[in-house]
Structures are given as C-alpha cells and as structure tokens.
Design a protein around this ligand. Sequence first.
Ligand code: EPZ
Length: 432
Amino acid sequence: MEQFAVRGGRPLIGEVAIAGAKNAALGILAASIMADEDVVVRNLPDVSDVNTLLEAISDTGAVVRRLGRHEVQMNGRSIRSFVVDNSYIRKMRAGYYMLGALLGKYHYAEVALPGGCTIGSRPIDQHLKGFEALGAKTSIKNSMVLVEAEELHGANIYFDGVTVGATINVMMAAVFAEGKTVLENVAKEPHVVDVANFLNSMGARIRGAGTDVIRIYGVKSLHGTDYTVIPDQIEAGTFMAAAAATRGDILVKNVIPKHLECISSKLREIGCSVTEYDDAVRVTAHGDLKKTRLKTLPYPGFPTDMQPQMVVVLSTASGSSTVTETIFENRYKYVDELNRMGTSITVEGNVAIVNGVKELHGAQLVAPDLRAGAALTIAALASDGDSLIEEVQFILRGYEDFVEKLQLLGGRIKRVETDTEARKFLMKLDVI
Ligand code: EPZ
C-alpha cells in the first residue's frame, strides 16, 4: 500500500497553485447531467473523489468525455439508468448528489447510502425532508436510497440545521419543480454558491445563494454551458497552515482571498503574516506563534475541514489553545496519532485542549481520513524527524499532486510503496 515517507525540519518556502474546489466540482458534475446539451466543466481537480463520481455518472449512460486533465465534456441526453450502486458510493460521499439531479430530471433515483470520511454519523434526513416537501416519496431498502415523484412542485423548506449536502441536493431537485421553492437556513459555503452559479449558467433561476435564503423558480429544461470551477478553499487553507506550522513562507496562488478570510484572520491572530493579493495570499511565520480559541462553524465561520490542520499549527504555538468542533462529532480521531509525535492534546467531547510544545518528533502514522491525513503530513514536515504515513489514499481523495506540491516548496516527502523504499529515500537524504 502506498505511504508517504517524510523528513521534517525544514520551513516550506515558495509558491503553490491551488486546484479547483473538490466539493464544488462534485455538485457541479452531478448537476451537469440535468442538461440534454453539451456541458463543459473546467478547472476540475484531478482527485479520486472527482474521478469516481465521473465513473458513476458515465455508468448511467451519460456522455463523459475527458478533454484534458482538468476538463470534461458531459451530456445527460443518453442516460439509461437511474441507479448509482454501492461500488462507487462506498468510496466517497458525494454520490448522493445524483439523488437530487436524477430526481429533478427524471423523477426517479436509486443511490446507495453514502460513504465518505468517517468523521461522524452523517445522516441524510434533511436531504429526504427536502425531497419529500417537493413531492417525492423516499425510502431506504437494502442500503439503497430510493426517491421518486409523479411531479415535483415548489415548496417552503426550513432546514433543521445548516447542511451543505442537503442545500445543494434539494436546490438541484427544485430547479425543475413547478413554481417557486424557498430554502431557508441554508449553507452559504463558496461551493454552494458555485453550484448555484453553474446551474444558472445552464438556464436555472436560483436566487440568493450565499445568503440564508435561496429562492428557486422552476424551469422546464436546462441548456449547455462552459463553466470553470472555483479554487479550492480547503486546499488553499491547508497550504496556509503548512506555511504556519513549518515557519515557512508560501505564496498560495489561484485563490479567492475572500473565501479564505476565516483562515487568514485566525493565522494573523496567532502571529503569522498574511498578505492578500487579487488572486493569491502569502503566509509567512517566524518564531513563536500565540495560542488562540477556535470554533468550527458553517461558512463564513472557521471550516471544519480545516480543523485538524489548524490543531497541528496550534501544537507548535506557545500556550494552551482551545478548539471546539461543532459540525462533526467524530473529527478528532487523528489526535492519538499526533500525540505520538510529542504533541500534548486532550479531547473532551467536542473540545480539544491543545498545549503547544517546543518540538514535534517523527513517528509512524496512520491517516484516519482526508483532512486529518493532510494535517498529519504537515505535522511530519514540521517535526524534527522521520515519519511514515499510511493509508494515504484518503489524502489523494481530495488533494491533487499533494506530494509534488510539497516537494516544490522544499518538503522532503516521497510516495513510496514499501518500508524498504521509504528507508532508501530517507537514507539518501542523509548523504545529501
Ligand atoms: C460537506 O459534507 C463536505 N463534503 C464535507 O467535506 C464538509 O466537511 C461538510 O460539508 C461541512 O462543511 C462534500 O461537500 C462532498 P453537511 P456534508 O451536510 O454535505 C448534519 C471534506 O473533507 N446533517 O454540511 O456531508 C451532519 O451530520 C469533506 O472535503 C444532518 O443532521 O456535510 C453535520 O453535523 C468531509 N442531516 C452537519 O449537518 C442531514 O441530512 C453538516 O453536514 C445532513 C447533514
């Protein structure tokens, strides 16, 4: 199995270009099948979650034609199957977007219960509540979610909690519902707005995405489009955290600085320098960083997907920081791994007390999920020793060329297949 071999102890310095947003791309690709004309999607990240969803979409009979590493042409006209089975879904979560897209267009969908990162119980009750309000019947049989409707009609839907997935899914289904749908207490994440903008570029009439209320005026059909996905907020944030943890200096390019404000302001608060440009941010850190309090919240709050990376940064700061996770109840699984590197973190319920330490040591580590895996990699690069990180397939689900980008920043890291290969790589560094 593939692993990362890492030698820490060097600040990461240089420039990195950020790929398209994974979580926007997943919604957009599912929504692409709602048109019966050619749709071109650009700036797709080349990551396994996106590639798996493309395979699942292709299996429905839709046209999926790769135009390049980051571009795809799709057409939903030739869809024959409304079933997305478990072989795709167990590898990722976003297959559930096929529920909203297929229900909206064909009034029928069968999709395996979603998999994805095991960071909490991750129910889909709010998705189903929204579909039902639009007139669909929903059921779960043999681990498949079935949604069907004779017709879809506009409705007023108030989500019980802020959810990205349900907001996007119900918004998609409502595009073809007769009349007006009002979604309240919706997620405002940049990728929600990007999916809405994409649908509007195909002729949908969605208003208010990015605010608490989204209004959707039903249309009869969607037309083709040529659309470019926004940059990935979390990939950008991860490299910003890498600059901070290694006391480096990274220019993070191809970003929308506004989407990063929640991260930039926390990094500034603990003593990093963050400079914003039109489409880049530069993060520089030297010497002592300060403790802080941090709480994950829906956008524009601090993203849960940046919580593990920020905990690594705070482990290298002076004093005792408090981190509260309010979105997913099981997102501290990486803490035991981190503590084996010499960090001093205790978790009680959804609160982590992060006592800063002078040094992190190398260790043999296992990535428990995507973002935690990225965080452990940053910790390994910030440590004073050698680390081996297993289960890195989680990390490759969401970061394009992660290792290559870190290498360009001066990180001593390599993808290896065996322990022997890892030892060889690390021994070679001894003689350089
Ligand atoms: C999306 O997951 C992202 N995934 C996650 O990113 C991200 O962590 C999360 O949003 C929060 O920002 C994709 O976009 C594919 P939610 P999602 O619905 O949609 C509860 C990553 O690392 N909830 O916003 O599944 C839920 O339990 C991944 O890239 C319900 O109770 O998250 C959670 O507590 C990991 N009922 C909260 O809402 C529901 O029907 C937010 O979940 C749906 C959600």
